[in-house]
Write a protein of this length. Structure first.
Lengths: 429, 67
C-alpha cells in the first residue's frame, strides 16, 4: 500500500529544492541533477552497483532494471514507528513437541500435550515422575506383600510333611503321580486356606499347592489310613496355628498400608485413568500469552509495569488449572474482573495482554500529551518507551487492553479515525 | 560516483531525498525513477510449522526505475 495521499514531489519541485540547497538557480540545479542521474545510471550499468552515501545503493537487476537498496540508517528512520517490532506468535505449532519454540514463554496447550506425551512414553520430568510413581506403587508393593505368601507354601510343606516318619518314605514324584487322584483326601490339610481368602492370595496359593500335594501323598496317606488320623489332625491344627498369625500379620500390614498411604492410593487410581488427564481444560488465553517471541522488544514504561498487578495467569499451578480453571464459568468470572476493554480507567496494566498502538513518537512529552488526550476521550491509554535498534528511544501510546488479538482487532473497528486506519497491535510486556 | 559528478551536489541530492522519504513523500526524478514509502499492514500469517504469527507493520522505501 503506497502512501498515495501523502506529499508528492515531482521533478521540478525537487529541482527547486536542490537549487536552494546548492544556492544556485533552478536551471543550474536541473543540469547538476541530470548529470548526477546519468552518472548513477552509467555506473550501475557498467559495474552493476552504485552506492550513494546517506541514501543507499543502486543495483542492476536481472531484468536490466535498476533496483534500490536504502541505507540502513535511512530505512530505520523511515520505519521508526515500527522499528524493532518482531512477530507475535498468536498460536503455536499444531503438533509442536517443544515448549515455546521461538517464543518467550511456555504454552499451556503444548505443555499439556507434552505432559500427556511424556506420561504415555514414560519419558517424564521429575514432576510427572512423582505423579506417576504412585500409579505403579501399589503394583510394586503388592508383590512384596505377597512374597511371604508365596514363600508360605514352601514353609507349609514341612508342616504338611511334619510327621518325621513320613519324610523317609518320600519317593520320586513320578512314582506318586499316578496315585494322586484322591486329592480330596488332602483337602483337610488345606483347610486353613480359606483363612487367607481375605488377602486375595487364595488363587495363587491354591495353584501352588496343587504342585506340592503330590509330594506328600502316599506315605502320609498311608499313615492316615492306618489310623494316624490323630497325627493328621494335629498336623492340621499345627498348620492352622501357624497360618493364623501369618494371616493376621498380613491383614495388619494391609490395614496399615491403607491407613498411611490411603490418599496416595486413591490419587493413584484417579491418575490412572488417562481420560481424566485429557479432559483437563486449559484456558486459551494462556496459550496466546505464553508464546510471544523471545525477542519482543517492547518495554512497557517503568511506572505502569512496576506497579501492575501480576498477569492473570501468572503463578498458576497445575493443580489450580485442574481444579479451578476447569470450570469455564470461573474463567469467565475471572476475566470479567480484569480490566480488559477499550475504554475505562487504566487502573492496572495487564502484562501479556494486547493493546492497540496509535502513536510512536520521538518526543516523550508529546507522547504523554497524546496519552492524556486519549484518556480524556475515555480510552484506556498506556504510554511506554521502546529502544530502537539504533539506540534511540521511541515513545508509544496504546489504547485498550485485550485478552486476545481477535479482541483487539474487533476493538479497532470501534476506533475513530485516524486511529482506526493507522494502528498496530502489540503485546504488553 | 564522486569522481563523475560534483561531490557537493550528490550530497545535497541525497540529503533532500532522505529528508523527503522520512516524511513519507513520493519523489519523482526524471531519467531515474520514483522513490516512495510503502506501508505494509500488520497481518497474521501461518508459518510452515503451523505457527500463526502476527507480523508487525512496516514502512519500507520503494524505488521504481524509470524505463
Amino acid at each position: 500500500m503506497k502512501n498515495e495521499g501523502l506529499m508528492k514531489l515531482n521533478h521540478d519541485e525537487f529541482v527547486a529544492l536542490l537549487a536552494v540547497a546548492l544556492e544556485s538557480d533552478e536551471k543550474e540545479a536541473s543540469g547538476a541533477l541530470s548529470a548526477w542521474v546519468d552518472a548513477v545510471t552509467r555506473e550501475t550499468e557498467e559495474k552493476g552497483f552504485c552506492a550513494v552515501e546517506g541514501l543507499g545503493a543502486f543495483r542492476r537487476a536481472d531484468d536490466g532494471l535498476m533496483e534500490f537498496q536504502p541505507d540502513d540508517v535511512l530505512a530505520l528512520e523511515v520505519n521508526y514507528k515500527f522499528a524493532g517490532l518482531r512477530p507475535i506468535e498468536v498460536s503455536p505449532p499444531a503438533s509442536s513437541p517443544t515448549l515455546g519454540a521461538g517464543g518467550e514463554e511456555e504454552e499451556p496447550g503444548v505443555e499439556a500435550g507434552k505432559s500427556e506425551q511424556e506420561i504415555e512414553s514414560g519419558a517424564e520430568d521429575v514432576e510427572h515422575r512423582e505423579d506417576e510413581e504412585p500409579v505403579f506403587e501399589p503394583d510394586e508393593v503388592e508383590p512384596d506383600e505377597v512374597e511371604p505368601d508365596e514363600v508360605e507354601p514352601d514353609e507349609v510343606e514341612p508342616d504338611e510333611v511334619e510327621p518325621d516318619e513320613v519324610e523317609p518314605e518320600w519317593k520320586p514324584e513320578p512314582e506318586f503321580e499316578p496315585e494322586i487322584e484322591p486329592e480330596p483326601e488332602y483337602e483337610p490339610d488345606t483347610e486353613p486356606e480359606p483363612e487367607l481368602a481375605g488377602s486375595g492370595m487364595e488363587d495363587e496359593e491354591t495353584s501352588s499347592r496343587s504342585f506340592t500335594l503330590p509330594k506328600l501323598s502316599l506315605s502320609q496317606k498311608l499313615k492316615a489310613r492306618s489310623g494316624a488320623s490323630k497325627n493328621r489332625r494335629r498336623s492340621a491344627t499345627d498348620r492352622l496355628a501357624w497360618l493364623i498369625p501369618v494371616a493376621a500379620i498380613l491383614i495388619v500390614a494391609v490395614l496399615l498400608y491403607f491407613h498411611f498411604d490411603g490418599q496416595r492410593l486413591s490419587r493413584t487410581h484417579i491418575d490412572d485413568r488417562p481420560i481424566a488427564r485429557q479432559e483437563v481444560p486449559v484456558p486459551a488465553p494462556r496459550d496466546d500469552r505464553e508464546q510471544e517471541p523471545a525477542g519482543q522488544e517492547f518495554v512497557p514504561s517503568p511506572d505502569p509495569v512496576e506497579d501492575v498487578a501480576p498477569p492473570p495467569d501468572a503463578g498458576r499451578e497445575p493443580e489450580m488449572v485442574n481444579n479451578v480453571a476447569a470450570d469455564p464459568a470461573d474463567e469467565v468470572i475471572r476475566d470479567l474482573a480484569l480490566p480488559y476493554g477499550l475504554k475505562g480507567p487504566e487502573d492496572e496494566v495487564l502484562i501479556g495482554a494486547y493493546t492497540i498502538v496509535v502513536h510512536s513518537l520521538r518526543n516523550e512529552r508529546k507522547s504523554e500529551i497524546e496519552k492524556q488526550r486519549l484518556e480524556n476521550q475515555g480510552f484506556k491509554a498506556t504510554q511506554w518507551s521502546a529502544v530502537l535498534p539504533n539506540g534511540n528511544a521511541t515513545y508509544r501510546v496504546g489504547i485498550g487492553q485485550f485478552k486476545t488479538v481477535s479482541d483487539a482487532e474487533r476493538a479497532i473497528e470501534d476506533l475513530p479515525e485516524p486511529f482506526r486506519s493507522n494502528n498496530f497491535i502489540i503485546r504488553i510486556r | 560516483v564522486n569522481h563523475m559528478t560534483d561531490k557537493n551536489t550528490e550530497r545535497e541530492i541525497a540529503t533532500i531525498l532522505a529528508a523527503q522519504l522520512k516524511k513519507h513523500a513520493r519523489i519523482q526524478i526524471n531519467g531515474l525513477g520514483t522513490f516512495s514509502v510503502e506501508h505494509k499492514k500488520q497481518e497474521q500469517l501461518q508459518e510452515n510449522d503451523g505457527r500463526v504469527v502476527m507480523k508487525p507493520p512496516t514502512d519500507v522505501i520503494v524505488f521504481t526505475h524509470e524505463k
